[in-house]
Design a protein around this ligand. Structure first.
Ligand code: NAD
Length: 294
């Protein structure tokens, strides 16, 4: 049986690791948070005392951490995890991080004879729970073929975006667009309600019209309109606004590096920074609705 080590059991990692268990893999996990490890153990997963212990017998390592510094801190350096992973193993790095950071980890893994893919995801916590994530993969096509069974246990769509780091580039572009249509949706909802429309009626009209988009379809930011979305649970769970601000910062770095003009992305970053300054960084990113109603 394939032994998998899973590092990072947060909003996304825990449901992803659960799906690996359901698919019949033996999964040993590590997270800095004890409660996350306890939750995983309740589902039949194995807990490790640290990351090195988690990867000891693993053929595949999956990581799902917040940002570049966590990923580089985990894998790189003399005492980094790449020194503990058996050469010949496969690493699936699923966090959203800077493409350059991903390329650094790729190079260090290759030097140790470890196959690594940057494989950030889209689909949110609901997609993670349902096993319907989209993976955007950067790295060698042969490594991706080896990874398919494991990725298919957690996701539905698997795209090879290109060489090392390309998965992260695709993810950053996607999240910039996501932020822009989420903000646009929140702004339009607030305008309609302030002008006397029933929010449910307005949401349905726009969803079925040319303004339709993923935020209206699956993740309406107006509280109480959809079941099981963060907006209907006090903006708890989901994808934290501070992580969206991180991704928008990565998009701006990419724009700077390529001389691209991204005014919508730049404005989206400013609006998310404002939301963070108001103390809402830990809320789901759809809480950007608050900027337009309070
Ligand atoms: P999260 O903050 O809920 O989870 C991160 C987990 O990593 C935490 O449990 C934390 O304790 C753990 N961690 C941090 N450093 C660690 C280390 N050195 N060793 C072990 N564990 C460590 O974040 P999340 O929402 O699960 O997001 C994870 C990644 O996925 C981020 O890069 C995010 O941008 C991306 N993402 C999130 C969503 C979403 O909807 N939440 C969707 C797509 C992509």
């Amino acid at each position: 049986m394939t032994q998998i080590a899973f590092i990072g059991l947060g909003h996304m990692g825990l449901p992803m690791a659960r799906n690996l268990l359901k698919a019949g893999f033996a999964v040993t996990a590590f997270d800095l948070a004890q409660e996350a490890l306890d939750a995983f153990a309740r589902d039949g997963g194995k807990r490790a005392a640290n990351a090195a212990e988690a990867v000891r017998d693993a053929q595949v390592v999956v990581s799902m951490l917040p940002a570049s510094r966590h990923v580089e801190g985990l894998y790189l350096g003399d005492d980094g995890l790449l020194q503990k992973i058996t050469p010949g193993s496969l690493v699936l790095e699923c966090s959203t991080i800077a493409p350059d950071s991903a390329r650094k980890v790729h190079a260090a893994a290759a030097a140790r004879g470890i196959a690594l893919l940057d494989a950030p995801v889209s689909g949110g916590t609901a997609g993670a729970a349902a096993g319907t994530l989209t993976f955007m993969v950067g790295g060698k096509a042969e490594a991706l073929e080896c990874a398919r069974t494991v990725l298919a246990a957690m996701g539905k769509n698997i795209f090879h975006a290109g060489p090392d780091g390309a998965g992260q580039v695709a993810k950053v572009c996607n999240n910039q667009l996501l932020a822009v249509h989420m903000i646009g949706t929140a702004e339009a909802m607030a305008l309609g309600v302030a002008s006397g429309l029933d929010p449910a009626v307005l949401a349905e009209i726009m969803r079925q019209s040319s303004g339709g988009n993923w935020s209206l379809e699956k993740y309406n930011p107006w509280p109480g309109l959809m079941d099981n979305v963060p907006a209907s649970k006090g903006y708890s769970g989901g994808f934290m606004a501070e992580l969206m601000a991180k991704d928008l910062g990565l998009a701006q770095e990419a724009a700077q590096a390529t001389g691209s003009s991204t005014p919508m992305g730049a404005l989206a970053l400013q609006l998310y920074r404002l939301l963070l300054k108001q103390g809402n960084g830990k809320l789901d990113f759809s809480a950007v609705q608050k900027l337009f109603v309070e």
